[in-house]
Each structure stands twice: as structure tokens, then as C-alpha cells.
Design a protein around this ligand. Structure first.
Ligand SMILES: [Zn+2]
Length: 170
């Protein structure tokens, strides 16, 4: 983490998924000193996470109840965007508005599961479709224990799937 938070026209960014410094730099095209280094500016994965997302889906644990809070925040964000810019297409929004960045209280669980394993454990079709498209899932602790049979961050997650998958892989 950078020691100083002086503003500059160029800034290092933090990867939302792994919370480490990303290889992506942010540049203000008008060269104004308005950017602070070390913040999470978007949902772009760093190189390492992008590689992992090509191979599977990143599961991140969060405190029970955070899902609902996040939904509220997202609604509030959508309302603000609508008030300010009116109805716009998703494409327009992606180009012109800073994205909604969920910031739940994380609890340390972080695993990558192959798509086949995700299909086995996520039974709700719409949820499965969303997860496979976005390549990540935020899971509350209680649901995490149900999915993996252990507490988040205990290191036991996905071991069984890992073995099964490597046998038949490639
Ligand atoms: Zn990352």
C-alpha cells in the first residue's frame, strides 16, 4: 500500500476481487491531479484474477446480512443515476457513469471453482447464469457453510471439487 495519498493524474488501483494492487493504472486524460492511488475504481480484475476467471469462478465470502445491504445500496445508486441522467441503456452507463462497486464486509473465504463444480452446487438457474457470466460470486457465511461444509477462510473449500476436476481436465 502506498504511504502517501497525494493526488496525481495517474494512480495505482486496487483489484476489487483479490484486494491487491492491480496492474491497471488509472490516468486522467486531462492530466489533472485528481486521482488517489490505491483505491478500487472499477470492477476490472487484475491480471492474476482475470487468469483465474478464465479457469473458473471466484467465490468470496461476506458477513451474513451483507447481501441485503448491498442490494439496498445498489438500488440507491440506480436511483441516483436515474435522477441525474434519466433512463439510459446499460451500454451508455458503462461508458459514462462510474460503476456501482459493492463493498461488503468480507470474512476471508476466497476460492476459485471450475464451472463444472459451480454447476453442481448452484441449483438456481438464474443465479447460476449470473455467476457464470460475471465470473464471481459473493456468498454470505451461512450459505458458504452450506455450500462448502466449512467456515469461510478455513482452507477446506473446494478441495473435493479440485481433485475431481483435475482428473478429467483437458
Ligand atoms: Zn485481483
Amino acid at each position: 500500500m502506498p504511504q502517501h495519498s497525494e493526488k496525481s493524474f495517474v494512480a495505482t488501483t486496487t483489484c476489487w476481487y483479490c484486494t491487491e494492487t492491480s496492474d491497471e493504472l488509472l490516468l486522467d486524460t486531462r492530466m489533472r491531479d485528481i486521482l488517489t492511488s490505491g483505491l478500487c475504481y472499477n470492477m476490472n480484475p487484475c491480471g492474476k484474477c482475470k487468469d483465474l476467471m478464465d479457469q473458473g469462478v471466484i467465490f468470496i465470502s461476506m458477513r451474513d446480512g451483507e447481501g441485503e445491504l448491498m442490494e439496498e445500496e445498489q438500488k440507491e445508486y440506480d436511483r441516483k443515476v436515474l435522477t441525474r441522467y434519466g433512463a439510459q441503456t446499460e451500454n451508455w452507463r458503462r461508458k459514462n457513469v462510474r460503476p456501482f462497486i459493492p463493498n461488503p464486509c468480507r470474512t476471508g473465504g476466497w476460492v476459485v471453482l471450475k464451472d463444472e463444480a459451480v454447476k453442481r452446487i448452484v441449483k438456481t438457474a438464474s443465479l447460476l447464469e449470473w455467476i457464470l457470466r460475471h465470473r464471481f460470486a459473493l456468498i454470505e457465511d451461512a450459505a458458504w457453510k452450506q455450500l462448502f461444509g466449512c467456515a469461510p477462510g478455513s482452507g477446506e473449500e473446494g478441495h473435493e471439487e479440485e481433485k475431481e476436476e483435475t482428473d478429467g481436465a483437458v
